[in-house]
Design a protein. Structure first.
Length: 452
């Protein structure tokens, strides 16, 4: 089945999506580079929407709310699809009423993705009591999260862009004039939460640029499958490789997220799904070990016995110089292997004898796991901390209120109207050293000359 591959050495040689320092400013204009020209002037455009406050730091392990939630997650293994909590989440604590069916189907969500036999495109919706309880618990998770990552698919843009997945809400296919599509309420809500510092990173499957139109900070969004609007990040085909800039960033989020919010994706087996699944897997782990100390719960990097490549592993026992370690199934060298899919699940314990080389890694511990907001089920629902069935627009409207905001904050940002800006480049199109006061005008008004 088609998946997006990790980048290969050949992809790196092609330098997809990465510019060198010398190439960083290939586009410049024949505008003034006179150092006497004032930096501020009447024609200077207003600043675009900025971060409203610093990024949330979350809570410590000693926080009673956090410790209770993480203990519950560690004690609740992944659920089978016939478990009563399967449609609510391993961390859910409240009334248990099954969601109602709002559209029934006997077909799989997507024809191009494999899935379990029990999984269909049938759509569900939580009753008001259940949804209120789940959104309240989601708001708590976001308040205490140290790093919240959003992972989104076509579902959040389906009403304005279209989609490939089977659905009772939107027809399969694509809208006309997709490049002019406006953001949905979901994009606006997530954009606001990003500027509020409650969302730290966004891994976006879609190419549509709608998060940025809604004001989400550009430097915090990883358009993992490419973008219609960024020539340095071309759209990735199903048979292609993830870009050498986007892939490591996505892997970093998959390994360090404390909480992941999944919206609008079927989690059908794409490479980037590890953002959701790896974070869910870590919710089974104990709290992080003391930094710099080798003890149970520490993470190391080593070549396991009878394997030829480096793997990450969690130490489960220390007996003198003898270590017992559970290694992840995926090699650290997966970036150079186009066929291997990432699998961060831990294998069976193995012993490392005295003298076996290993490297102690920064402390990593159990987190808050993954929350999924979708109308349809996914094959990974049993791993979720919370599972909400509903339209993302409606769920996020409730979430904003639970976080103390009104729905009016999710609105179109005010963007600059001017078509020129002062940029840190010289007349030759080269980026100037940091701290250099001399700047040039990038002038894109009609009739202006531009040098490429």
């Amino acid at each position: 089945r088609p998946v997006f591959r990790a980048p290969t050495p050949a992809d790196t040689d092609l330098n997809l999506g990465v510019s060198s320092a010398e190439e960083e400013a290939e586009i410049a204009c024949e505008a003034s580079a006179d150092p006497k020209e004032p930096v501020e002037s009447e024609d200077a455009p207003p600043e675009p929407p900025q971060m409203l406050r610093e990024t949330s730091k979350g809570s410590s392990e000693e926080d009673t709310v956090r410790s209770a939630i993480t203990a519950r997650l560690r004690g609740t293994k992944f659920l089978r699809h016939d478990n009563p909590l399967f449609m609510h989440g391993r961390g859910y604590d409240g009334p248990v009423t099954p969601p109602k069916v709002i559209w029934r189907s006997d077909k799989p969500p997507r024809k191009d993705h494999a899935c379990p036999k029990w999984l269909t495109a049938t759509e569900f919706e939580d009753c008001k009591t259940m949804m209120t309880a789940k959104v309240s618990q989601l708001a708590t998770l976001m308040r205490i999260s140290r790093k919240t990552v959003v992972y989104t698919g076509a579902g959040i843009s389906a009403s304005v862009i279209g989609q490939a997945a089977l659905s009772g809400q939107n027809k399969v296919g694509w809208k006309s004039n997709t490049r002019e599509a406006p953001p949905t309420f979901t994009h606006h809500a997530l954009g606001f939460l990003g500027r509020e510092g409650l969302i730290h990173s966004w891994v976006q499957q879609n190419h549509d640029g709608l998060p940025q139109k809604a004001g989400f900070p550009q430097e915090r969004i990883n358009e993992i499958h490419g973008s219609w609007f960024d020539p340095s990040n071309p759209v990735v085909k199903y048979s292609g490789s993830l870009h050498s800039r986007s892939y490591p960033w996505m892997r970093e989020d998959a390994r360090t997220a404390d909480l992941v919010l999944v919206l609008g994706t079927s989690l059908g087996g794409l490479n980037a799904d590890q953002v959701a699944t790896s974070t869910a897997q870590r919710s089974l782990l104990p709290p992080a070990a003391q930094p710099g100390v080798l003890q149970p719960g520490s993470w190391i990097r080593a070549v396991p016995p009878r394997r030829g490549s480096v793997h990450r592993g969690m130490v489960t026992a220390v007996n003198g110089e003898l270590l017992t370690v559970c290694f992840q199934n995926t090699s650290e060298d997966v970036e150079s292997d186009s066929e291997e899919e990432e699998d961060d699940e831990l294998g069976d314990p193995v012993s490392l004898p005295a003298g076996h080389a290993w490297e102690l890694l920064p402390a990593t511990g159990g987190g808050l796991g993954t929350v999924c907001i979708n109308l349809q089920q996914t094959a990974h629902d049993g791993k979720m901390t919370l599972r909400l069935f509903g339209k993302s627009d409606e769920v996020l409207r409730m979430l904003l209120e639970q976080l103390g905001f009104t729905a009016e904050v999710a609105r179109n940002p005010v963007w600059p109207k001017a078509h020129r800006a002062l940029v840190p480049y010289g007349a030759d199109g080269r980026r100037l050293p940091g701290g250099t006061a001399r700047r040039m005008w990038l002038d894109l008004r009609a009739g202006q000359e531009v040098r490429i």
